[in-house]
Design a protein around this ligand. Structure first.
Ligand SMILES: [Zn+2]
Length: 414
């Protein structure tokens, strides 16, 4: 037996071992069972972390075996665990990070799917263990993370292609110019309740979540908008589910929106800052606070376990470029009307029209604005944001601005 043969044998064995490991990690997760039609969500009773900076195990205890799929992402390193609809019944909402684990987030993605995002402190390799039901009939699913080199991490990651969630706006031709409308078609406003599901958005100092406020407000705004003759309002979400930024943009475009209004109530570092702000898109932010906000808003997909999309390709399409420019003009015009109308009834921030690179405002053909109703980092704003009467007044003011803008647009097209 030549040395070379032995070497080859060893290589083969090593290769086979790696395959077995990969198979252990991934193949087991390929959907073996379908829980479709299963009326009850899975129940997750506990998340336990054990181990140290070399090896950390995250153990999940379910009421029954869940159908799970896994993905690894880099920058930062994360493991995405896609679950069927799951009721998270753990006592504590926040889990104390330990060992290699930096954070664990979880929540609903939609009615049928939930997700857990496990954030790691660095590159890792992964093993999983599944245990049959214990004596209480519960099911244990555990992930063991091992500290690993960047190369080992990358090679494990490559085994799984990440399905891109990006819509290639830059390659699509804009069929409609700036949400043009004709008098026989309703003027469509897409109201986008910021955040949702696994992405809670900001937290008020007294515990209220931004995603709850934005949804309540979006519903209120829809109601006010539908009182206007010839106006139709569409919500991007009407429940507590997660929608990616690209999906939000897509919903706006597919609805043939004449206006897109994204509703938020974020936190800023400056807790004294309060009042409403209207944001439009621009490459360069108007100020440091606007830049910070856009950064944290643009990171929500990452928080929820989506990969950051590729940068938009250079726009070479002249028609699209022109459309974008015209759309921006309409966004600015609407923002002006909005500030005017809101300023009459609400407290607004100093210089209430600001701009920054918010990804949710990037539809080339739908005039879009983002409204920060107030800031959850401010106690008084937090109180107002939860007040029904205040919300009704704010929604009425926004609806009044829409009415003015819509009638001017429709008149121009007649
Ligand atoms: Zn927000």
């Amino acid at each position: 037996m030549s040395a070379c043969f032995i070497h080859n044998q060893l290589t083969l064995i090593r290769f086979a071992r790696i395959l077995v490991l990969i198979a252990a990690v991934y193949s087991v997760f390929s959907p073996a069972h379908s829980w479709a039609g299963d009326p009850l969500p899975h129940r997750l009773f506990s998340i336990d972390l054990e181990g140290d900076d070399e090896t950390t195990t995250v153990a999940l205890i379910f009421d029954r075996e869940p159908d799970v799929s896994l993905r690894m992402l880099r920058g930062p390193e994360r493991l995405i665990v896609d679950l069927p609809a799951t009721a998270f019944e753990m006592a504590a909402e926040k889990i104390t990070p330990k060992g290699l684990i930096q954070s664990i987030r979880y929540g609903a993605m939609d009615k049928e799917r939930s997700r857990m995002v496990i954030g790691l402190r660095g590159p890792f390799t992964l093993e999983e263990q599944r245990a049959e039901k214990d004596e209480d009939g519960r099911y244990r699913l555990a992930f063991t993370f091992n500290l690993a080199s960047r190369t080992a991490f990358e090679s494990m990651l490559r085994k799984r292609a990440v399905p891109a969630d990006a819509v290639a706006i830059s390659t699509q031709k804009a069929e409609r110019l700036n949400g043009e409308t004709s008098s026989d078609k309703p003027f469509t406003v897409v109201v986008d309740a910021g955040h949702g599901g696994i992405d809670h958005g900001a937290h008020g100092r007294h515990g209220v979540k931004e995603k709850t406020i934005t949804l309540a407000f979006a519903r209120q705004l829809k109601e006010q908008l539908e009182k206007i003759d010839g106006v139709r309002a569409v919500l991007t979400r009407d429940d507590d589910s997660f929608i990616s930024l690209n999906q939000r943009v897509r919903i706006g475009r597919q609805a043939g929106a004449n206006l897109f209004i994204s509703i938020h109530a974020d936190s800023v570092r400056q807790s004294y800052v309060r009042g409403a702000t209207v944001y439009t898109i621009s490459k360069k932010a108007s100020d440091a606070m606007a830049a910070d906000l856009a950064d944290s808003e643009n990171a929500v997909d990452m928080v929820a376990g989506l990969d950051l999309p590729e940068e938009d390709e250079e726009v070479t399409d002249i028609l699209l470029d022109l459309t974008r420019r015209e759309t921006k003009g309409f966004s600015l015009r609407f923002a002006g009307k909005l500030v005017e109308s809101m300023d009459d009834v609400l407290l607004m921030i100093k210089r209430p029209h600001r701009h920054a690179g918010f990804r949710v405002l990037t539809a080339p053909d739908v005039p879009s604005v983002l409204v920060e109703l107030g800031y959850l980092s401010n106690d008084r704003d937090e109180k107002l944001l939860q007040d029904d009467e205040w919300r009704r007044r704010a929604a009425t003011a926004i609806a009044a601005a829409v009415k003015k803008y819509a009638s001017a647009r429709m008149a121009a097209l007649r």
